[in-house]
Ligand binder design. Structure first.
Ligand SMILES: *Cc1c(COP(=O)(O)O)cnc(C)c1O
Length: 373
């Protein structure tokens, strides 16, 4: 089988990018909320169904700025089953991460565990819509309201995801997005912050530009989190191809599901009821009934050139940079169980049916079932 990576960015024809570059050259405006940047902000607001969105340089900076905009100090409850940027941003902001366990099925923060982790020092909740599956936003909102604290959702996986027809980005006080090359929608590097109201968006817009409130005065101590015109242009181009890309991802997801059905010991992480998914990931759990454990299967696939990823593994609390922290000394059995069994299979718009069938065939052959997938 031709080697295949776990993901690959959507690369529209190069010729289609040239007119965008010509516009930027004509404008002679490269950064600081130029016309292309403003157009992408407006188009994303419309596409995602949100009112207040601010573009930034990447997803980690989105988290960092969003936390700063909340003007909080104390403990932030979050998940150990995420990309390390989630809790890095908490620590970078001088806040204390408190890791709560996840739900064994959804991989998302368990509201009961969140409730149990609340202390008088809790100042926010930072859940992740893991693999694009929406969190239990209703129960999390009830907890946040009861304790009078904001929720900041790390929605890096949840671009364009809807629950009961409504964008999940409308949940909580703020949501952050990542437009990294590996994500469903990309600007090479990039990200955004979705805010509940205009005042919050104004604060975020100032913070991403050193804290400037006008040409000469800074209100807060901000950072440089701006997105350039070239990155924004790549985003506009991607947006033109997004609906086709999402359709293709959906078709691949479907093909995997049909192919993997009935293989003992391979469980597909469910997308949730009434969810319009973006199929950014295809996560499976390798359970005991499968002849190989997750690491064994990962080794076999890697040797065959199939780029599956152990994502997320290890847990954030098990990473060397975290292990020594008091916050890492927590009992999170569900997260640990998932991290030891999770495997993300390749999914991206250019992945062919033949390769999907080849991967399914390999997973089937390993249980000795050589029927055509
Ligand atoms: C990708 C990702 C980020 C970080 O985004 P960058 O744009 O790479 O900085 C944060 N959180 C999660 C859950 C992610 O998957």
């Amino acid at each position: 089988m031709t080697p295949v990576y776990v993901t690959q960015p959507c690369m529209p024809p190069l010729g289609e990018f040239i007119p965008y570059l010509e516009t930027i050259w004509r404008n002679k405006w490269l950064s600081n909320a130029g016309p292309v940047h403003e157009q992408l902000e407006a188009e994303l607001a419309q596409y995602l169904g949100v009112e207040h969105i601010a573009l930034v340089a990447n997803g980690m900076i989105a988290l960092t700025i969003a936390l700063q905009a909340l003007e909080i100090a104390g403990e932030v409850i979050t998940t150990p089953f995420s990309f390390v940027a989630t809790s890095n941003a908490i620590l970078a902001g001088g806040l204390k991460p408190v890791f709560a366990d996840v739900d064994p099925i959804t991989c998302n923060l368990d509201p009961d565990a969140v409730e149990a982790a609340i202390t008088p020092h809790t100042v926010a909740i930072l859940p992740v819509h893991c693999f694009g599956r929406p969190c239990d936003t209703v129960r999390l909102a009830a907890i946040a309201e009861r304790h009078g604290i904001p929720i900041l959702y790390d929605a890096a996986h949840a671009f364009a995801v809807r629950k009961s027809g409504v964008s999940v980005l409308r949940e909580g006080t703020m949501s952050t997005l990542s437009f990294h090359a590996t994500k469903v929608f990309s600007t090479c590097e990039g990200g955004a912050i979705v805010c509940r109201d205009k005042a919050l968006k104004d604060r975020v817009t100032s913070l991403r530009n050193f804290g400037f409130i006008d040409q000469e005065r800074t209100g807060m101590i901000g950072i440089n989190g701006k997105m350039s015109e070239v990155h924004a242009a790549f985003g506009l181009l991607q947006l033109r191809h997004l609906s086709a890309a999402l359709d293709r991802r959906g078709a691949i997801d479907d093909r995997y599901r049909r192919g993997l059905a009935g293989i003992p010991g391979l469980a597909i992480v469910p997308t949730g009821d009434d969810v319009l998914a973006n199929h950014g990931y295809f996560p499976i759990l390798v359970e005991d009934a499968y002849p190989l454990d997750r690491d064994g299967l990962h080794r076999v696939l890697t040797a065959k050139g199939i780029g599956a990823r152990r994502y997320f593994y290890p847990l954030i609390v098990d990473m060397p940079a975290y292990r020594g922290l008091p916050a890492a000394a927590v009992s999170v059995p569900n997260a640990r169980r998932i991290a030891d069994r999770i495997l993300c299979l390749p999914i991206f718009p250019d992945l062919t049916d033949d390769i999907v069938d080849g991967i399914v065939g390999t997973l089937r052959e390993l249980v000795g079932d050589r029927k055509a997938a």
